[in-house]
Every structure is written in C-alpha cells, then in structure tokens.
Design a protein around this ligand. Structure first.
Ligand code: PHE
Length: 446
C-alpha cells in the first residue's frame, strides 16, 4: 500500500469523520425543530437515500478512478479527455471558504467547553446575552479560539493522510461515539425521551412545504460533505480495488444514525425542561446551557461533554475541508505538502478573521456588503451557490461525459447491475433537476 493512502477502514472512518460534524449535532436538530419534526425527518431520509447517496457515489467513483486531485481526476475520467474539465477544480475553493467560518463557529464552541466548567446561565435571557456578547464583542477571545482551531487543523493535515487524517479520526471518532452514547443513555432515563421519539418519528405532513423540501435537500448535501471535492479527494486515497459502493453506504448510514441520535438527545433534553423545539440556530448555544444549569454538577459534566463532542466532530470535518485544495496544489503545481498547507492554511485563517470581525459591533459595518456581513456572505456563497453548482457539474459530467460502460464496469465489480442502473438514472435526470430547483429557489428565482 502507498504510504499516503487510506486503508479501507481508515477511509470509512475518515469519510464518516468528515460527514459527521456540526451539520449533524448543531444544524440537523435545529432545522428539524424549525420544520416540525417527523415529516421533515422522513423527507430528509429520502433526500439522503436518493440524492445524497447518489452524489456521494459519484464523487467516490470519480476519485477512486482518478487517484488524484479534483481537476486531474475529472480530466482523466472524461470520455474526450477534454482539458477544460480541469475547471471543475473550482470546487476545492468552496471547502476553504466553508472552513473559514466553520473554524470560527468551532471557536465559539471552544468557549462553551471552557465556560461550561463554571456557572451555567439559569435564564434564557442571560444565556442569549452571553452568546451575543461572545460573538459580537469578545474579539480578542474569538481570535485566540479561531487561531487554536486553525492551528490544530493545519498541524493535523501537515502530517498527511495516513499519519494525520487517518490517525486523528481513529482517535476522535471513537471518543465522539462514546460521549454520544453516554448522553443518549442519560436521555433514556428522562421521561421526555418518549416525547422526543414521537416528535421525531410521527410525521405531520401539514408542516411540509417547498421550503422544507429544499432545507432537507440542502442538509443532505452539507451533512454528507458533498460538492466541495472532499469525498472525491478522500476516495482518491482509497485503494483501487476497495469496494467504494459498500463504503459509501456505510458512511451514509453512520452519518444518518449520528444525526438521529443527536436529535434524540437534544430533543429529550429540551422537552425535559419544557423548552421549545423551534429555537433556531441558538438552540445549542442558548437553550441547552439553561437546561444543563438545572441539573447541578451533572449538568456541568453533560455540558462539557456535549460541547467537546461538537469539537471532536467538527475537527474531523474541518480537516476534510482543506484536504481537496492541498491535493490540488500538490498534484497540479507540484508543491510540497508543507507549502500547500501554508498557502491554504493562511487563506482560510485570514478569511476566518474577516468572518469573525464582520459579526462584531466594532467592525461589522465596514465588513457588511449588500446587507450581508462577510460571515453570511461566505456561508451563502459556499452552501447556496458553489456547492449546488459543483453538484450539478458532477451529475452532468458522469451522466453525459463519461463512458457508460466504464462506469458500469466499476460499479458492477462491487454491486448488482440493478443498483448501477438506478444510480445512473438518478444521476442523469432526477438529481440534477432536483438540485436546479433547489438552486433557483434559494436564489429567489422561483
Ligand atoms: N459534513 C460536515 C458537517 O456535517 C460539513 C462538511 C461540508 C464537511 C463539506 C466537509 C465538506 O458538519
């Protein structure tokens, strides 16, 4: 085996580590809460199965065939070997942009890990005030936290795929599993557990509208780390004969299970205190600390564990956001890993500083353009524009510009031809149309 490639288990762990992140533990519960629970989850599961998994398999097959960076892999798999496919490499920039503000959010969470050792706020108003103060006022701390997170990410990826990324996942993923298991066990002992189960699994279709469908689809993409070249780049380090189909299903199963478990934990805790499920993005930062404060010292233990779990989940995702651009510079510009890491690390670090300053009272006005601050612009550009465009390009590429027989061969080495034909149909028609609708809707065109 090459020094710098994953073992198959290492790949599954790293891809699952990428997929499981703030998207599962922070974002999934709050949007499920906003869209009313059961029916949204059902739609979300369908989006994962038919759309997310389809694009996941697509990135995996391109990556494993190309064994290189995004640009090179696109060109080498295309029927015509047309060099213009190298422009698909733009998607690696999306990972860097997401990483800039993801690192800032991980910084907020680091603050929560630390403050959870002390007195927790007993009132929502105080908790809200604390959160607001942290993100708009406490620039010094935010810069320190962002620097610590960015530094850890850079340190890990400098060591490469096997010694850095595979190893950190080998350590953090089991720890994450352990903490979530403990938090779930505690949830079991609370009366509100059954209320959380019925909230999450009794569908009320009156809550589902176009917005909910699009939110489910967007979440499916984000949570599976699609459209930024992460899965493609990780798959390029997957041994050529490894079963990418089975691995992809396993990652999707792990990712979905963790989202559901996180949802069960959080809703049980919320309902135990009679709190609202529709609190939005502040759910984890404002509602939960107040609930934990009612549980005495145990509350502190749970709070620290919970926020640590978020950090662990987030770090393994963060390293996967920078890796596509590293591979890009290493393969195409023959840079050393060190040089590429310095270049990409500095880029996302500086963008992160801009993002965090743009949320502050002191610099917010200067860093707000067209009514959106820099943080929101980076979020919007990446998840609403660049990710969907990349996903459409991936579908069109495989559906129309790659030899069908070749793809069939690659799939049927590992799975039945029925699975291949279903996937092919989805990638040619269903998925691109669904994404185009999502895309236009988000842009406000329909
Ligand atoms: N899947 C990660 C999460 O759920 C986010 C992510 C997006 C990671 C894109 C890598 C690439 O938090």
């Amino acid at each position: 085996m090459k020094m710098n490639s994953f073992s198959r288990v290492g790949f599954i762990l790293a891809a699952a580590g990428s997929a499981v992140g703030l998207g599962n533990i922070w974002r999934f519960p709050y949007i499920t809460g906003e869209y009313g629970g059961g029916a949204f989850i059902l739609v979300y599961l369908l989006a994962i199965l038919f759309i997310g998994l389809t694009v996941f398999l697509a990135e995996a097959v391109i990556g494993q065939s190309g064994q290189s960076d995004v640009s090179t892999s696109f060109v080498s798999l295309s029927k015509s070997k047309n060099k213009n496919w190298k422009f698909a490499g733009f998607m690696v920039a999306t990972g860097l942009i997401i990483l800039s503000f993801y690192s800032v959010v991980l910084g907020w969470i680091l603050d929560y890990v630390i403050t959870s050792f002390g007195t927790l706020p007993t009132e929502a108003k105080v908790a809200g005030g604390n959160f607001e103060n942290l993100i708009t006022n406490d620039i010094g701390s935010l810069i320190v936290y962002h620097t610590l997170i960015a530094g850890s990410v850079i340190f890990i990826v400098l060591k490469g795929i096997k010694e850095g990324i595979e190893k950190i996942n080998l350590i953090l993923m089991p720890l994450l599993g352990l903490i979530l298991f403990g938090l779930l066990m505690y949830a079991f002992t609370l009366d509100s557990f059954s209320q959380a189960v019925s909230f999450m699994f009794t569908p009320d279709f009156s809550k589902i509208d176009g917005d909910a469908l699009l939110a489910a689809l967007g979440q499916a993409f984000f949570t599976l780390s699609l459209g930024v070249g992460t899965i493609l780049t990780y798959s390029a380090s997957l041994p050529k004969e490894a079963n990418f189909v089975k691995s992809s299903f396993m990652v999707a199963i792990v990712d979905t299970s963790i989202a559901l478990i996180a949802g069960l934990i959080i809703f049980t805790y919320l309902f135990a205190a009679g709190a609202q499920s529709a609190a939005g993005p502040g759910l984890v930062f404002i509602s939960l600390p107040v609930i934990f404060s009612g549980w005495g010292t145990l509350g502190n233990v749970i709070a620290v564990s919970f926020f640590l779990a978020l950090i662990f989940a987030g770090i393994t995702s963060a390293v996967s956001m920078i890796e596509p651009s590293l591979r890009f510079f290493i393969e195409r510009f023959k840079m050393t890993r060190q040089k590429a890491t310095i270049l990409c690390g500095a880029t996302f670090y500086i963008l992160g500083i801009v993002a965090l300053l743009s949320m502050s009272k002191s610099f917010g006005a200067e860093l707000t353009f067209f009514g959106k601050n820099a943080f929101d612009i980076m979020d919007f550009m990446s998840s609403s524009i660049m990710m969907p465009i990349a996903a459409i390009i991936i579908c069109i590429f495989l559906g129309y510009f790659v030899d069908k027989e070749l793809l069939e061969q690659k799939f049927t080495k590992h799975t039945s031809s029925a699975v291949f034909h279903t996937w092919y149909l989805l990638i040619r028609y269903v998925v691109p149309i669904a994404i185009i609708i999502l895309f236009l809707n988000k842009l406000g065109a329909i």
